[in-house]
Design a protein around this ligand. Sequence first.
Ligand SMILES: Nc1ncnc2c1ncn2[C@@H]1O[C@H](COP(=O)(O)OP(=O)(O)OP(=O)(O)O)[C@@H](O)[C@H]1O
Ligand code: SF4
Ligand SMILES: [Mg+2]
Length: 335
Amino acid sequence: MNLLEVRDLEVTYPSGAAAVRGVDLALASGEKLGIAGESGCGKSTLALALLRLLPAGTRVGGEILLDGEDVLAMKWGRVRAVRWAGASIVFQGAMHSLNAVHRVGDQIAEPILLHRRATPAGARKKTGELLEQVGLPAARADAYPHELSGGQRQRVMIAMALACDPRLVIADEPTTALDVMIQAQILRLIERLVSEQDLGLLMISHDLAVLADTCDRLAVMYAGRVVEEGPARQVYEDARHPYGRALSEAFPRIGDPASRFAPRGLAGDPPDPSAVPSGCAFHPRCPVALDLCGTRDQFLRDAGPRRRAACVHLDARAGAPEAETTEDDVRSSTP
Ligand SMILES: Nc1ncnc2c1ncn2[C@@H]1O[C@H](COP(=O)(O)OP(=O)(O)OP(=O)(O)O)[C@@H](O)[C@H]1O
Ligand code: SF4
Ligand SMILES: [Mg+2]
């Protein structure tokens, strides 16, 4: 059984923004899955939906199975327990997630006391062990967040995420705010902890290069959908979908926050989720769009061994009659 299975997930915010539109994903224990895509493609919405952290009034459809248990059908008490012991999230920007007026040790110990029903002495001991696991001396438990560097604070966030021995760690842009050296250290730390403890890792980033380096498999999101997925290196080096290709052709600019807004060579922005274009949502920006792309929706289908993508050109490659692609159909350059 997969550790995580997401089936036909749909998320619509109260504003009407359809931020996730029919996502299927699966993750085995010990596996590292990367989710890539430009700003606004629905990556964080997907992560928040997995642990039911979305704002009240948000409509969520489909199924989320964590260790076979349907997260969307859980009672709130069970959801709270699952948020620490089943799966936990490491967010970007540790300074904003940590409470400035409490010592970091107390913040790590809190879920251990609450969810593990540990004694104060037991929680303190576990906190020291967790800090050492993430490469900080146990004595740093007494520090306040402002007394730590950005990298150290992110290590504290990772220690906190591991506090109740979760089976799945969701890391949403865990290193984007850090400089290149610290970013590499944190990525190696996450990789090591995940493989030592046989956890599942769902890592979100706009940076395909970082994900290709860290993850086993990669899913590329565009306008709330997964448009391509497969073995991480293959997707990065030889994307099947024009959007995946545009992302991977973007210069790997680790630590450059401006790069999240548009990959190099691709004009425009992802669509507003309240007004997603008809047909293939990528068609207004696609350099190889056909006339039919504006009306015909595209869904993931086989694109090679263990690979899937959602593009009409795949049918042409396979010689399927459905697309009937000709040279004249291509509006501009070929892929
Ligand atoms: N609370 C909300 N209410 C309404 N719309 C929202 C809300 N949160 C996010 N959105 C919209 O949903 C879309 C997806 O947002 P999301 O945060 O999931 O994107 P993302 O891929 O994580 O982007 P980034 O790389 O910038 O973090 C965006 O268009 C965003 O404006
Ligand atoms: S289906 Fe058409 S618009 Fe969409 S990615 Fe493929 S060629 Fe481009
Ligand atoms: Mg995000």
